[in-house]
Design a protein around this ligand. Structure first.
Ligand code: PMP
Length: 361
């Protein structure tokens, strides 16, 4: 079997061992005579999978007893609206740090909902090429950040510390490194980059925040509390997605050895690509400022222009490397080096890049 090297920004590559595991038990789950996707979520068999995945999330990040883990639907995009709907108090205000497309969208939803909010930091002026300094007010209802900016390839080295609850969109660096959760009130991410297929959003929420939503105006289905009380089964959850997430987290825990090891691996492999860009004599230019470089998404351009970039993407694809086209708002090339990408995969890309630069430089 020949599998391509998949640098897609999401949904993205999954370790072959995880796919093989799912394949092996797909038609007959653990000898029960049915597939995990064919049974009710209200069975002991599915609940075991659900609770296993929730426990793994807690263990990996160190979320304590005062956190609830929820598996929701609607993607990161629903969280842009669900966060203000649930966390705003009647008289309070929210603060946002604007670091690109995905925070822009979150701010837009706050505008539509008419909540009292302000943007306290932004890197818009320099095309979102870095993470600005972020300092949230002590008494804000929440401070909102996106920890990794999938399009621009920038990432917070560490999460900001604040007295107000910190809300983190970690969609594109979920399960990729340990984080200091001491300020975190709500931590979320769609799992389709580092945790399995599309269709599940992991939300870790501090329990004391569950009571903030206004029961008279927030629809039941959109209250975190509803899902927290129903163990994420107020409506039928994405059973297959949660099952795949559990397998992915098992891989991170048992094959890799946890988030610190995951981060070490991610740092090593990302360094290989950044070094190649820096050593290309200006043929390749990275978008992110060096101090804000992402360990997950590396967005870069070829100095000679869009035509050569298109040729690069085409030739890479012929060489078995896909998903390298940059997001439409930035153009150029983007290599997403999520958890399942190996150092060897990156070396193969770098060999191709060096050869391409030699031929087209
Ligand atoms: N946040 C970030 C950082 C993202 O990268 C994305 C999608 N790529 C989203 C939010 C939106 O996620 P979804 O498409 O699952 O709604």
């Amino acid at each position: 079997m020949s599998r391509v090297i998949n640098f897609s920004a999401g949904p993205s590559t999954i370790p072959l061992s995880v796919l093989e595991h799912a394949k092996a038990e797909f038609t007959d789950y653990k000898g029960h005579g049915y597939s995990i996707i064919e049974i009710s979520h209200r069975t002991k068999i599915f609940e075991e999978v659900l609770h296993s995945a929730m426990a793994r999330v807690k263990r990996l990040y160190g979320f304590g007893e005062n956190f609830k883990i929820l598996f929701l639907q609607g993607g990161g995009s629903l969280q842009f609206a669900q966060v203000p709907m649930n966390l705003m108090t009647k008289t309070g205000y929210a603060e946002y740090a604007n670091t690109g497309n995905w925070t822009n969208k979150a701010i837009k939803e706050a505008e539509i909902l008419g909540i009292n909010h302000r943007v306290i930091a932004s890197s818009k002026e320099s095309k979102f090429d870095h993470i600005p300094e972020v300092k949230f007010s002590d008494d804000a209802d929440y401070g909102y950040i996106c920890s990794n900016n999938t399009i621009y390839g920038t990432q917070y080295k560490t999460l900001p510390k604040c007295k107000c609850p910190l809300v983190v969109d970690s969609s594109s660096d979920l399960f990729s490194r340990p984080v200091d959760i001491s300020s975190v009130g709500l931590f979320y991410g769609g799992i389709q980059k580092n945790g399995g297929p599309a269709g599940v959003t992991m939300v870790a929420i501090r329990e004391d925040l569950l009571d903030r939503a206004d029961d008279t105006s927030t629809p039941m289905i959109l209250r975190y509390k509803t899902q927290a009380n129903a163990d994420s089964m107020y409506n039928t959850p994405n059973t297959f997605g949660i099952y795949m997430l559990d397998l992915m987290l098992e891989w991170i825990e048992n094959e890799i050895g946890g988030l610190a090891k995951m981060a070490e691996r991610n740092e090593q492999k990302t360094a290989i690509l950044y070094e190649a860009i820096d050593a290309s004599g200006g043929f390749y230019t990275g978008h992110a400022r060096a101090d804000s470089r992402s360990l997950m998404n590396i967005s870069f351009n070829i100095a000679s222009g869009a035509e050569v970039e298109a040729k690069f993407i085409d030739e890479a694809s012929k060489a078995g490397m896909i998903g390298l086209k940059g997001h439409r708002v930035l153009g150029g090339i983007r290599a997403s080096l999520y958890n399942a990408i190996t150092a060897q995969n990156v070396k193969t890309l770098v060999e191709f890049m060096n050869e391409f630069a030699r031929k087209n430089g």
